[in-house]
Design a protein around this ligand. Structure first.
Ligand code: GLA
Length: 355
């Protein structure tokens, strides 16, 4: 769990802005809720390597990465950083971001990892982004495994988060190589896109196990129109998927409903359940999905209203008296029917998970 800079800031990063977010993570209770990794995505680098080494952009990070890492750790957070296995990062490739050149780790893998370890980095996001372009001759599995081997030999532990958007079917080879692997292209803050990512990712739920999970991408709660019941449903679907929870909005400007959804203790207990048994959709009705996930304390079921308008759902079909009932508004009593707001959900729990 943590926060990642990409969805809110892209490459418009600087140390001051980042520390303001880190402060808010502490002040608004995200750290206490479990969001402890602070991941600086693409855009932290200076336009070129200096003496072969990656360095942070000196205008935007005048105090340097050692200092920033210390600041992050002083707040109780852990630093994460972004690299790519090819010759270029995504922001180098795509127009408009204006990043420099030659910032990929191809041929610099050990050196770049050592650099990150020197800064106390505890999570590596390693992002494919056409790693096979510019004549590298590498493929996803080989490139990500190479870095995994280097991380294994490192003196300190590191979370290894890989991102190749599902192109090489990482759910077949990445368990045991990485802790988390992306299953899809980037998630945008649109409701139908959240549903699409969730529907696609649940197909590979059976491979999830402790230390190896599908990653349908960082959360978009608090971005675009994703707030209120939709934000809660989004976090709830990611929790059913046993997916990593990385908030991606500008927490300094976040509305209270988004923070409440991100920090919902029941959703976090579900997401972090030690069985790491990811859920799947067990029934589809017009405009409704019913999910089921096994937890150490029993079954969890989530009924999601896909529609933008309210719908009445029957709970006694999916749970029974005595089961806990939870929505974006909090705890409720079991009843035979419940009116779900547009894009709202209800979580039914067989036992007292996270109470
Ligand atoms: C890709 C990844 C994103 C982000 C950007 C950075 O698009 O999927 O999550 O890391 O690159 O450029």
């Amino acid at each position: 769990m943590g926060w990642n800079s990409w969805n809110a800031f892209g490459t418009k990063l600087d140390e001051q802005t980042l520390l303001e977010v880190a402060d808010v993570m502490v002040d608004r209770g995200l750290l206490t809720a479990g969001y402890d990794y602070f991941v600086i995505d693409d855009g932290w680098q200076h336009a070129t390597r200096v003496g072969g080494r990656l360095v942070p952009d000196p205008d935007r990070f005048p105090s340097g990465m050692d200092w920033l890492g210390d600041q992050i750790r002083q707040r109780g957070l852990r630093l994460g950083l972004y690299l790519t296995p090819g010759r270029r990062t995504c922001a180098e490739i795509y127009e408009g971001y204006g990043l420099g050149s030659g910032l990929g780790s191809y041929g610099h893998e050990a050196q770049d990892l050592e650099q990150l370890l020197g800064w106390g980095v505890e999570l590596l996001k390693y992002d494919w982004c056409r790693g096979d372009s510019c004549g590298t001759g590498i493929n996803e599995r080989a490139a990500f495994t190479k870095m995994a081997e280097l991380i294994d030999q490192a003196p300190t532990d590191m979370i290894y988060s890989i991102s190749e958007y599902g192109g090489s079917r990482p759910w077949e080879w990445a368990p045991g190589v990485a802790h988390m692997w992306r299953t899809t292209l980037d998630l945008s803050p649109r409701w139908w896109h959240i549903l699409w990512h969730a529907h696609r990712t649940q197909r590979w739920s059976p491979v999830s196990r402790p230390g190896a999970v599908n990653d349908p991408d960082m959360l978009v709660a608090g971005l675009g129109s994703i707030t209120g019941p939709a934000a809660w449903s989004h976090v709830a679907m990611w929790a059913m998927l046993a997916a990593p929870l990385f908030a991606g909005n500008d927490l300094c400007k976040s509305d209270g409903a988004t923070i409440k959804a991100l920090c919902d203790p029941t959703l976090i207990s579900l997401a972090q359940d030690p069985l790491v048994s990811a859920g799947q959709i067990i029934a589809r009705r017009p405009g409704l999905d019913v999910w089921e996930r096994r937890t150490k304390s029993g079954r969890a079921r989530l009924i999601v209203n896909q529609l933008p308008v309210a719908q009445s759902v029957s709970l006694d079909r999916w749970g029974r008296d005595g089961w806990r009932v939870r929505t974006h508004e909090g705890e409720g009593a079991f009843s035979t029917r419940l009116r779900l707001p547009g894009r709202g959900s209800v979580l039914l729990l067989e036992a007292n998970l996270g109470q």
